[in-house]
Structure formats: C-alpha cells, structure tokens
Design a protein around this ligand. Structure first.
Ligand code: CP
Ligand code: NVA
Length: 304
C-alpha cells in the first residue's frame, strides 16, 4: 500500500492506470450528482510556498465535494524551513489534520514531509515534479482519444518539473514522450536512460511534432526562475508553440498547456484559443483526478 503521492516513479503503470480508471468513473458519478461524502469530517492542510490558481481551487473543491474541509497555509504564515523545520511542521499537521498537500520549491521538503507525517502527503508541484498535473494531462488525452497506449506527447519547451512528470507518466503508461528543447534545457535525470525508445530528445521542434498526438508546452520561466527571464526568453526563440509549428503536426493533434500561459512567449494567442476547450478539460481534470486521489489516500488508506 502506498500512502503518499510524491513521485510518479514510486508507482507501477498498473497503479497509475487504476487511478485513471477510478478518476474517470468518479467523474461520471460526480456529473450525476451522486458522489458520496466519503471524507466527511476530514481536513486537508494545503501548504503553498509558491502561488497557485488551479491547484488551490481544485484541491479545496475536491475536499468540499467529498464532504471534507481544506485549510490554506502560505509560506508567509508558516515559514517552512525558516520559522519551523519541515519535519516538525509535518509531524504537527499529522496530529491535527488527515492529509497534507504541499507546493514547495525544494522537492526534498515534500519528501521529508512524506517521511515524518503520519498522514498522506501529496506533491502539488516542486521544482522537480508536478505529478498531479501529469495525471490530469494523461487523463485528458485518454478521454480525448479513447486510450493511451502508443500515443505520443511532444513537449516543446523547457525540460522542467512538468516535462519530467509527463515523461514518467508516458513511460509507465505505454506512451512516447519527445522533448523538443534548445540545447542545455534537456532533462538530466539518470532514470531516463532506462526509458528506452519511449523517451526522446529532439532539438528541431518541427521534426519533433510530426508524430505528436498531443503537442504540449509550459512556461519558459518557472516559478523561482524569474531572474533568468530575459536569458530564457532569448534561448527559447524558435521553440514557440504556434500555428506554423502545428502545421507540421498530424491533423488530429491536440494542444495541452498546464497553465498559466504566457501568451506571445511559449504559445501564441491563436494556438491557445484554437485548443482552449481541450485545455479547459485538462484544467478541470485536475479536480477529478485529485478528488479520486484524496479519496483513495485519505479514505481508503492508500494506493494498493
Ligand atoms: N497548472 C497549475 O498547477 O496551475 P497553478 O500554478 O495555478 O496551480
Ligand atoms: N513549470 C511551471 C508550472 C506551473 C504550473 C512552474 O513551475 O512554475
């Protein structure tokens, strides 16, 4: 039984597929207005060291949908690692609440919480990864195409936290992941060497999208990299997701973006608007995936 959701590397493909099956089934029950209050009386502590729209709203709504409650805690209030050591925060919240969701710069902080808290800990984005996002993304692809096996995501942009989680999700779920990035912005993780042909780096974005079912992008400047903004914007010239690039992709290819989008930089208005309905499905699926995840972790004792 796995009691935390910190890295997709911790799970088998079957476990991830089971989570998707459950999330898709629960979404239908929710749409029918028949979702039971399985987390009634339970509280999720939500720790945010970085800003958020989707993550905060989707986790809080998920708890509300399940009859539970969520507490929003910012870095200004709790001072992770400055006012209080991360292991102390984790142990105290473990006594007061039934689950922890954390968005931090340091991935180690979330791992430490997972070790010290005796309640489930969910990674809601670190500098290293964004597993809830990747699961909502593959859920969207599965709903759109009716399956995942053999599908290809071409990620045009920075080898960042979102790209890393997507590459793992793709490998585990029998999909292909192509990272189209400028030299120097590749993912560097040793585990990628074991992914075989399911993971590929391509420096020519036009070539990279020719086999894409989904063309994905994310900001060139992640939270915490604001000092590198000008350099990054220069370095990523030629890696914009625009309609000219989409002309090289198969006609059926969709665009996904985790949002927030920086229009005119990593993606044009035109490309974003042309695919905004699917991107909204993707944002909505954050709620559906995470609600199922919380239900399993906080209501059923973990992921079998
Ligand atoms: N995609 C995502 O995590 O959005 P927020 O940063 O607004 O939560
Ligand atoms: N890579 C982005 C994702 C935002 C949801 C960041 O870390 O800022």
């Amino acid at each position: 039984m796995i009691t935390n959701f910190i890295s997709l590397l911790d799970f088998t493909g079957d476990q991830l597929a089971m989570l998707l099956d459950r999330a898709i089934a629960d979404k239908a029950i929710w749409r029918a207005g028949q979702l039971p209050h399985t987390l009634s009386g339970k509280t999720l502590a939500m720790i945010f060291e970085k800003p958020s729209l989707r993550t905060r709203v989707s986790f809080e709504t998920a708890m509300n949908d399940l009859g539970g409650h969520a507490i929003h805690l910012t870095q200004a209030e709790i001072g992770i690692g400055s006012r209080e050591a991360v292991q102390d925060i984790a142990r105290v919240i473990g006594r007061l609440c039934d689950g922890i969701m954390a968005r931090t710069f340091s991935h180690q902080f979330v791992e430490t919480m997972g070790r010290y808290a005796d309640v489930p800990v969910v990674n809601a984005l670190t500098d290293f990864s964004h597993p809830c996002q990747a699961m909502a993304d593959v859920m969207t692809i599965r709903e759109h195409f009716g399956g995942l096996a053999g599908k290809t995501i071409t990620f045009v942009g920075d080898g960042n936290n979102v790209a890393r989680s997507l590459s793992v999700a793709c490998h585990k779920l029998g999909m292909n992941f192509i990272l189209a990035c400028p030299r120097g912005y590749e993912l560097q993780d040793p585990f990628l060497a074991e992914f075989g042909p399911s993971y590929r780096v391509e420096h020519d974005p036009q070539l990279a999208v020719t086999s894409a079912d989904c063309v994905y992008t994310d900001t060139w400047v992640s939270m915490g990299q604001e000092d590198e903004k000008e350099k990054r914007r220069r370095d990523f010239t030629g890696y914009q997701l625009n309609m000219d690039l989409m002309a090289h992709a198969p006609k059926h290819a969709i665009i996904l973006h985790c949002l927030p989008a920086y229009r005119g930089f990593e993606i044009t208005d035109e490309a974003l608007e042309a695919h905004f309905e699917t991107i909204l499905d993707e944002a909505e699926n954050r709620l559906h995936f995470q609600r199922t995840l919380l239900n399993i972790l906080m209501g059923e004792g973990g992921i079998p």
